[in-house]
Design a binder for this molecule. Structure first.
Ligand code: DGJ
Length: 735
């Protein structure tokens, strides 16, 4: 049992693989946060938190304990109004207008295993002995508000998950105005704050800044996790780097609007918080009702950012993603979007699929434009039946013809949306998010369906299921191409309108659960204009995500590198596209485009029928090379070696669990005059093993056998490269 309770001095000691997290119950009432850091061996933690009496501006908890003030106390789940003047973790309004809550410890339970979260995605275990869970019950005697803080400790990984549930045990209705899932107070502020930020086509760029007194916040008010900010924050101790030092990550398993923030107070304490976006959120809790907040996954590493990322990768790949494809090698695909956009017919599609089949590609994906009257983005979302003009013999026939050649067939949907110009909208104009009598703001000419409604969710499940049942479809790309505006639901009472955005997420998760469990043999890839909803919530239902609508190889270096901070390679869709690139107009060699795309779930997104013989041979070789390496790429341990945010070079490597094999990729963006000689130092190998290295080596480099220690400390001498956009691959095998 890695959770220990010391009943003498009331401390909880949570021990994960290499971390300790310690909570103290002060004065038998107040949960104080003591420690989160490297593992402390003594299981029965017997020290107390140290505090001193401050001036009258720091109010005291009681006359008997003048040294305890909520203003200065590091806390587990802080509220506002009784002496803590920092950002609270929650806020509740009661019927008398008061927003003051005083949560007092009532009891706790330590259970083996990890219970699921009702109606929400969450990490899971397969055997009870993988994890233990602590539930701490707090209660506000005056109002009957019960709060249950849950902490799960994974035995084999440096992971602690947190979530919180609220139960109204009072007689009156209460309104939750703010419910963050986790709040952690660190006893110093010597940190840098790391966030993953960007925009459409440049998602998850790494930004780091020094903490200073005050609040630093990232958030999404878009109704989805967003391209702009990812629901993840990390604190890096001052000397932490990619490979060394203390790093603390917090990642929210949720796909809607969120808030992540860090506050440094005047006593040098740091409060890190993550949860549902409180802005424009309110949830009425009637007597007897409860509310469950999403999960925050907290990962600590003493091996820098790289160590933190590898823990997230393993957890999210094996204990967040689910279903048949979790552990299965993902197919090489070709998608017709950048090849044709909306302008295609069945013959063209068959041509691209046939060309793909010849090159060894395993899956053809028919993207947007196959349904309703869809010839542009101005119509037909919601009308999930085939476009007879484009596909005169029908979708099923097309899918059968393609699958009869040995290829699989996949299909694009955007089920959460409706076009005002659609049969669905004409029949149900009230089915979208809207506010009575206000005009409905369109994005890409479309409106967002109101997934807080059961009838809308049922329609989506049925209409998507009908298509999936009608043809041999084994892959679905689930897209979502706009953010929410006029967030209101026709079916909710006036005082529940601010519940709409979260109810939408609950509706979406219900729809996804019903569809993925009805079609267990279909591989689902989520997408939101590329990476606008690349988050752990979606990964629970769909094991991979289209990383970005930007397919330029150079741009992708940053996007994929940044994404790897939290998400595993097996979750990242990466495609080779045509040049000049459609997003940035850049011309890069096919070789580099292939090498960048091979760093995720590999595919092509261009008109394969346009290739020259020479290009076809190159692509055939790329596809074969990826097939040889994909288990390693998709399921190996990932090491970042050189950052595109810092230099002209990028490098990364994948190492098998037993360290017998590795695959390294090196990219140099711009040509350099009179360039220095460079070496690539690998990471993650076994220093005592001997390895062969296959790949382009510097002249004079023997290419024979290297020690693991040599590859990691002395490195491989890279060949001189000429020109822009160069890349090199190395396959490393134990001999
Ligand atoms: C946005 C996606 O990210 C693209 O890959 C493509 O599927 C388009 N939508 C289709 O409308």
């Amino acid at each position: 049992m890695p959770i220990f309770y010391n009943s003498t001095n009331h401390t909880f000691h949570l021990q994960s693989a290499a971390s300790s997290y310690i909570i103290e119950l002060m004065e038998s009432t107040q949960l104080a946060h003591v420690y989160w850091g490297p593992k402390l061996a003594q299981e029965q933690f017997d020290k107390r938190i140290f505090s001193i009496e401050r001036a009258s501006f720091s109010p005291n908890l009681s006359r008997e304990a003048m040294q305890i003030s909520l203003d200065t106390l590091p806390q587990e789940y802080p509220s506002y109004g009784s002496g803590d003047f920092r950002e609270p973790a929650f806020e509740v309004t009661y019927e008398n207008g008061s927003t003051i809550s005083r949560l007092i410890y009532e009891r706790h339970e330590i259970v083996s295993g990890k219970p699921g979260l009702p109606s929400l995605p969450a990490t899971y275990i397969e055997q009870d002995q993988e994890a233990d869970t602590l539930h701490v019950h707090l209660r506000d005697e005056l109002t009957g508000l019960r709060t249950i803080l849950s902490y799960t400790v994974f035995n084999e990984l440096d992971v602690i998950t947190r979530s919180v549930a609220f139960v109204n045990e009072g007689q009156e209705t209460m309104t939750l105005n703010r419910v963050l899932s986790a709040s952690v107070d660190f006893n110093h502020s010597e940190f840098d704050f790391l966030q993953l930020s960007g925009a459409w086509t440049r998602e998850r760029h790494i930004h780091k800044r020094e903490l200073v007194p005050g609040i630093h916040r990232i958030d999404s008010k878009r109704g989805s996790s967003s391209h702009n900010q990812n629901p993840f924050i990390a604190l890096l101790e001052k000397d932490a780097t990619e490979d060394f030092g203390e790093v603390y990550g917090m990642s929210l398993v949720y796909s809607g609007g969120f808030l992540g923030q860090v506050e440094v107070d005047s006593f040098g304490l740091t409060r890190a918080q993550l949860g549902i976006q409180p802005f424009d959120f309110a949830w009425r809790l009637e007597a007897g009702e409860s509310f469950q907040a999403p999960e925050v996954v907290m990962v600590r590493s003493s091996e820098g950012l790289g160590g933190m990322s590898r823990t997230y990768h393993k957890l999210y790949r094996t204990r967040l993603s689910r279903g048949e494809f979790r552990d299965k090698a993902r197919p090489v695909l070709v998608n017709n979007w950048e090849a044709t956009y909306f302008d295609f017919n069945a013959e063209q599609i068959k041509g691209i699929a046939a060309a793909g089949q010849e090159l060894g590609i395993e899956l053809f994906v028919l993207d947007d434009g196959w349904f309703g009257q869809r010839d542009s983005d101005s119509s037909s979302l919601g009308d999930w039946f085939e476009n007879k003009r484009k596909l005169p013999d029908g979708l099923a026939k097309l899918a059968q013809e393609i699958t009869s050649t040995g290829m699989e067939f996949g299909l694009w949907f955007e089920p959460e949306m409706v076009s005002p110009n659609s049969e669905l909208y004409r029949a149900h104009p009230d089915w979208c998010l809207h506010v009575p009598n206000r005009s409905r703001t369109e994005g890409r000419g479309q409106l967002v369906l109101d997934l807080s409604r059961q009838d809308v969710c049922d329609y989506i499940v049925e209409s998507v299921s009908n298509v999936l049942q009608s043809a041999p479809i084994t892959y679905v790309k689930w897209d979502m191409n706009r953010n929410m505006t006029e967030i209101g639901s026709q079916l909710l009472a006036a005082n529940r309108q601010r519940e709409t955005a979260h109810r939408y997420m609950l509706g979406l998760y219900d729809v996804l659960e019903r569809i993925v469990s009805r079609f267990p043999h279909v591989l689902f890839e989520s997408c939101s204009g590329g990476g606008g909803r690349f988050d752990p919530g979606m990964l629970y239902y769909m094991p991979q995500t289209w990383t970005s609508d930007d397919t330029d190889a150079v741009e992708r270096l940053k996007i994929q590198y940044g994404t790897s901070i939290v998400y595993p390679a097996s979750s990242m869709g990466a495609h080779v596209s045509a040049v000049p690139n459609h997003q940035v107009d850049r011309i890069t060699p096919l070789e580099m485009r292939g090498h960048v795309a091979m760093s995720g779930n590999f595919g092509y997104e261009l008109d394969l029928t346009q290739f020259t013989e020479e290009e076809k041979n190159e692509v055939k070789a790329q596809v074969q090379q990826y097939k040889n390496l994909r288990e390693l790429i998709q399921f190996g341990n990932f090491y970042r070696i050189k950052s595109p945010f810092e230099t002209n070079d990028t490098a990364w490597a994948y190492v098998s669990e037993d360290r017998s094999q590795a695959f390294a990729a090196y990219f140099r963006v711009l040509g350099e005059p009179y360039a220095p000689l460079r070496r690539l130092k690998l990471k993650g190998l076994d220093p005592t093993k001997r390895y062969s290295v296959e790949g382009r080596l510097a002249i004079g480099e023997s290419g024979s056998v290297y020690g693991g220690d040599e590859l990691m400390n002395f490195g491989i001498a890279l060949p001189m490269l000429s020109g822009d956009f160069q890349s090199l691959l190395y396959v490393i095998k134990e001999v």
